[in-house]
Design a protein around this ligand. Structure first.
Ligand code: 3EB
Length: 357
């Protein structure tokens, strides 16, 4: 039992929801306005709301994660199950669990069990969110994490003498260590982006099958970054590879213009876009090498592109067009990237064709 991802404007999601009722694992919504009609989305579908401008015209862009249940087996036993635990809303099928959590940094401070003068509100919020996620997936038996999507306000801002992205890294690492999940060779794929405002917002995909962590031979592991990027290293793999029931899925982390551990083409959007695409190709080549088969290709993929400055959109599109040939399928979102000199980050989820045996 696999997953299927659909990208669409909000109006289409509203129309489709009735038919999809029994198949939607979760929804990610990008919208700048705090639109009232978002409330029309079904209450028990985990929905990650991200206050970020969509750069391609639509007001609201949605990514819908559907459970691939064959219509014939939609009996009661196969239905999706939804629930809440702590701040998490989740939904799962036999194999996969999708969850979301939105945590206001200010409310975390009121949790006296988390009060500690030496740790910052964002660090506390991160620790608390990850702690809740680990407890949930262990309770439910979906204990393998495939992918995290992390969003926070003012990611490049500083407080307590530390950049907020670096505070996030400290909190994430503490939670992973506390739950024995800090094995550098087996971390989930992830991304971490900055929005103008809003709570710490995290979506995650977990499951019953262990994925394979994939690294990029052009980059050192983020887990091994030198101390110049912060007191604790970012805990994620460049991609995770999941093989269930003849379908392989590659979850590619946020990818940027980094070679080794260094940013290349600082403040050069065209150069960064090209370098990022070369990095994406390198991750895909590594996954294909591990699979022993050319299962995945960058030419047949829907990309999520985060751009720091909206006015760079045209240049980014030109570079994508030149590199990818053919039609580009992508969602363009304005967001801050986790190093101040980075202008673009691209992520993707790629599914192989189902093998016919
Ligand atoms: C990088 O490669 C760019 O902290 O979870 C990419 C993907 C980045 C995930 C994270 C950060 C994260 O270091 C930034």
């Amino acid at each position: 039992m696999g997953i299927h991802i659909e990208y669409m404007p909000f109006s289409d999601v509203q129309h489709q929801l009735q038919t999809w009722q029994d198949r939607v694992l979760g929804i990610v919504v990008f919208s700048e306005s705090d639109s009232a009609n978002l409330n029309l989305l079904q209450q028990d579908v985990p929905t990650l709301h991200l206050n970020a401008p969509v750069l391609t015209g639509e007001d609201i862009a949605c990514e819908v994660w559907l459970s691939d249940i064959p219509a014939v087996s939609q009996n009661a036993g196969q239905r999706l199950i939804s629930g809440r635990q702590g701040g998490i809303k989740y939904r799962f099928n036999d194999e996969l669990l999708f969850g979301v959590i939105h945590l206001e940094e200010s409310t975390v401070l009121q949790d006296t069990s988390m009060q500690n003068d030496r740790i910052t509100p964002l660090q506390q919020a991160t620790k608390l969110a990850y702690r809740q996620i680990f407890e949930l997936i262990d309770d439910l038996g979906y204990s393998h994490l495939f992918r995290f999507w992390n969003y926070m306000a003012d990611i490049n801002g500083s407080s307590h003498d530390l950049e907020r992205y670096r505070q996030f890294n400290v909190g994430r690492k503490q939670a992973l260590v506390n739950y024995d999940r800090e094995a550098g060779s087996q971390l989930p794929a992830a991304c971490a982006l900055g929005l103008t405002e809003g709570p710490l917002s995290i979506a995650f995909l977990a499951g019953r099958t262990e994925p394979v962590a994939i690294e990029n031979p052009r980059q050192i592991k983020a887990y091994d970054y030198p101390e110049q990027y912060g007191p604790r290293t970012p805990s994620f793999s460049r991609a995770t590879l999941l093989n269930i029931e003849q379908q392989a899925t590659l979850f590619i982390s946020g990818t940027a213009s980094i070679v080794g551990h260094q940013t290349l083409h600082a403040m050069d959007i065209a150069g960064q876009t090209r370098e990022t695409l070369v990095n994406l190709d390198a991750v895909i080549a590594e996954a294909n090498r591990i699979m022993n088969e050319p299962k995945f290709s960058l030419n047949d993929v829907f990309l999520r592109v985060y751009i720091r400055y909206a006015e760079d959109l045209a240049l980014v599109r030109t570079e994508l067009q030149n590199y990818l040939k053919g039609e580009i399928k992508a969602m363009f979102i304005q967001a801050d990237i986790c190093r101040p000199e980075l202008l673009i980050e691209i992520e993707a989820t790629i599914q192989s064709v189902v093998a016919t045996t």
